[in-house]
Design a protein around this ligand. Structure first.
Ligand code: 6GU
Length: 274
């Protein structure tokens, strides 16, 4: 895959040299090319922004440098057309599905906006995707590009050492992953669950699935609604619901009173304790 990144802060993208994404580049699986938008300005000050029409705070990125940059990049390979991605808090929420879709593209171009954003006519002309990485506001699209590219790069063929681990990921089957453990067997008095040491692979798989379901129910109930569930999964969820009911019935009023006397929010009632 080729990925071009246009930014006024090329150094922001340097972490792409490291770790898994860096190795993918060394191996030729991924070819990242970072471009300084100011190379396509024509004034002595290399201006990329101007005041917004209609007034208001901040500045807007001018269309001309963007159009020149994107035209030159697109024309660098006339045999194909890049998929142009604009990271913006106003975009569609980024998801694992989205990452899988982008990983199938041969060529991506990321446009990193700063200030209040890029002139909307550039977006209308060039953008195939506007993507948000979450409900918060970053100072620019660079960090979002790092996030998206890392999520995409690890899905490219041969990038993960163990190709089974991508299929196992949180979200790939619509659920969060089960907790993981390594040695020592006992650490600070806490023991690794016995089933993981049993050598019974079927029992391990059942335990992990049940943990994934419990965790997802506690932390991301919205995901459980959309996950594909087997009859065994439903049985686990029913058992959890029964436990919660039991807990509500027997949870000592004393414990709750102690929590509230100590001014604690009741961790005991946290769904994460499921
Ligand atoms: Cl993609 N860009 C910026 N600037 N802020 C964001 C974002 C993107 N996603 C969430 N917040």
């Amino acid at each position: 895959m080729r990925a071009d990144v246009v930014t006024i802060f090329p150094t922001y993208l340097e972490p792409l040299r490291l770790s898994l994404v860096g190795r993918a580049q060394e191996r030729g699986t991924l070819d990242v090319r970072t471009h300084d938008l100011r190379a396509w300005t024509s004034d002595v000050h290399r201006t990329v922004d101007d005041a917004p029409y209609g007034g208001g705070p901040g500045m807007v990125m001018r269309p001309e440098p963007w159009d020149a940059a994107l035209s030159e990049i697109a024309e660098s390979d006339p045999t194909r057309r890049p998929r142009v991605v604009v990271p913006t808090p106003a975009g569609r929420p980024f998801s694992q599905r989205h990452a899988e879709e982008l990983a199938r593209e041969p060529w991506l171009v990321f446009c990193c906006g700063r200030y209040e954003g890029i002139d909307s006519r550039v977006i209308d002309t060039w953008a195939d995707d506007e993507i948000s990485i979450g409900d918060y506001v970053l100072a620019g699209g660079e960090v979002a590009t790092l996030v998206i590219l890392e999520a995409v790069a690890r899905l490219l063929p041969g990038v993960l050492g163990n190709s089974a681990s991508a299929a196992d990921d949180s979200f790939s089957d619509g659920l969060l992953e089960a907790p993981v453990y390594t040695r020592p067997q006992v650490w600070r008095g806490a023991e690794v669950p016995a089933v993981l040491r049993s050598g019974d692979h079927a029992a391990v798989a059942r335990w992990r699935r049940a943990q994934a379901l419990r965790r997802t129910l506690a932390r991301r109930p919205d995901l459980v609604e959309h996950a594909e569930l087997s009859d065994a999964d439903r049985a686990v969820l029913e058992a959890v619901a029964a436990e919660v009911q039991q807990h509500a019935a027997t949870a000592s009023g004393a414990a709750l009173a102690a929590d509230s006397a100590a001014g604690r929010g009741s961790a005991r009632d946290s769904p994460d304790r499921l």
